[in-house]
Design a binder for this molecule. Structure first.
Ligand code: HEC
Length: 146
């Protein structure tokens, strides 16, 4: 069961090289994001040996969902980040949040400590639990497609 992971990491790295070539100004961002996705792919595989790949479609549903138990002040991820991740978001205090979409904010999901902090905080507010590695990878994969 090692092969699928190696394969997906290889594909991620190949994809990041292609993305880096396309956006010559930000090749480091693509490589850093690929490393974070590889980290979550390894964790997802550990949790479920049948794990194959992340899904942008599942990431989109996760982003738009209004979970039943959400804190009233934070009903969904899209509440702050808006339903179109290419838009700027807004905190409850009214502060601007740069778009989640990587096409708009290329530095997104490139620092593991930042990614961890915000997944921990926002998954608790909206889903009232930690998000799984699969969910985190789906989310980043969706944002990379936007
Ligand atoms: C209460 C408003 C709010 C909600 C709801 C919210 N976020 Fe965020 N999110 C923020 C803010 C503020 C930041 C940090 C500012 C920034 O990165 O531009 C952030 C940053 C992030 C980051 C870090 C991105 C990076 O560049 O590394 C991730 C990941 C993230 N959010 C995921 C989620 C997910 C998943 C949900 C739903 C489960 C969610 N957010 C719901 C406000 C929110």
């Amino acid at each position: 069961m090692k092969l699928p992971i190696r394969l997906s990491v290889t594909l991620l790295l190949a994809g990041s090289l292609a993305a880096g070539a396309a956006a010559a100004a930000t090749p480091d961002f693509a490589a850093a994001r690929a490393a974070i996705l590889a980290h979550y792919a390894a964790a997802a595989h550990k949790a479920d040996p049948n794990f194959k790949a992340f899904s942008a479609a599942a990431g989109r549903s996760f982003f738009l969902a209004h979970p039943a138990g959400a804190r009233p002040a934070t009903p969904s991820c899209s509440y702050c980040h808006t339903t179109d991740p290419r838009n700027q978001g807004r905190t409850r205090a009214g502060k601007t949040i740069l778009p989640m979409a990587i096409s708009r904010t290329p530095s997104r999901f490139t620092k593991l400590s930042k990614v961890r902090l915000w997944f921990r905080r926002n998954c608790q507010s909206v889903y009232r639990r930690a998000c799984t590695a699969q969910e985190k990878g789906n989310y980043i994969t969706f944002m990379a497609s936007q």
